[in-house]
Design a protein around this ligand. Sequence first.
Ligand SMILES: [Zn+2]
Length: 287
Amino acid sequence: MLVSAKEMLDKAKAGHYAVGQFNINNLEWTKSILQTAQELNSPVILGVSEGAGKYMGGYKTVVGMVNGMLEELNITVPVALHLDHGGYDACYKCIEAGFSSIMFDGSHYPIEENVEKTKELVAAAHEKGLSIEAEVGAIGGEEDGVVGMGECADPKECKMVADLGVDFLAAGIGNIHGKYPANWKGLSFETLDAIQQLTGDLPLVLHGGTGIPADMIKKAISLGVSKINVNTECQLAFAAATRKYIEEGKDLQGKGYDPRKILAPGAQAIKDTVKEKMEMFGSIGKA
Ligand SMILES: [Zn+2]
């Protein structure tokens, strides 16, 4: 059964580790992530962007697939199904469809409007037992066509949004989505520290986990980050493994054209990536 992400992240914050949010794109992605979490006895959050939800045939399709796998694959570790960077309407759709967690990304609204809409969605989510994430300060890079500049959130605005009753908070601290450019300045630990001082026990979320060096990840966790989003890294690993299979001509040998065979190396690459991240985040054995 899907669970809200609140309890797993409160435990992570208290225990000084982080739970990974791994975004899903299809059945292989979902199965690889769930099986790895189960094998490693780790809690896990499945992230679904609006674009990925549409691609997979709608939010209800995603809920049906994930719930089916939890049952048929005997997944017993805590799993949250989370809308990633949801707009106002998508949040309501996911609450209705059976997600167990949502993120309302109101970072592009003026702060007053972000506050107003967040307040409303906190009430709607909590009424149905879902957890809710909010974002302050746009996170750089591009995700599903939404381009933001890397910026650092204002700690006072973070405190204001935290006080609305959100369960965890994403704050820009110089992190960006996608691959990091060579001239990236790194995370602003000064900003993160200032945010945590004002928001206390509230779990903080680090978006754009792909390519952030391990020492920076560990330092961020020590300063209150309890949820780390990983998306691009699984995509890169899947693409490289699939490319290798085709380039080696394996699809032309025997029944190598079988889609289950073509997708197998990519699925294994996702598993390896998820395992590596769970080790780095410290969530193994914490289910
Ligand atoms: Zn993000």
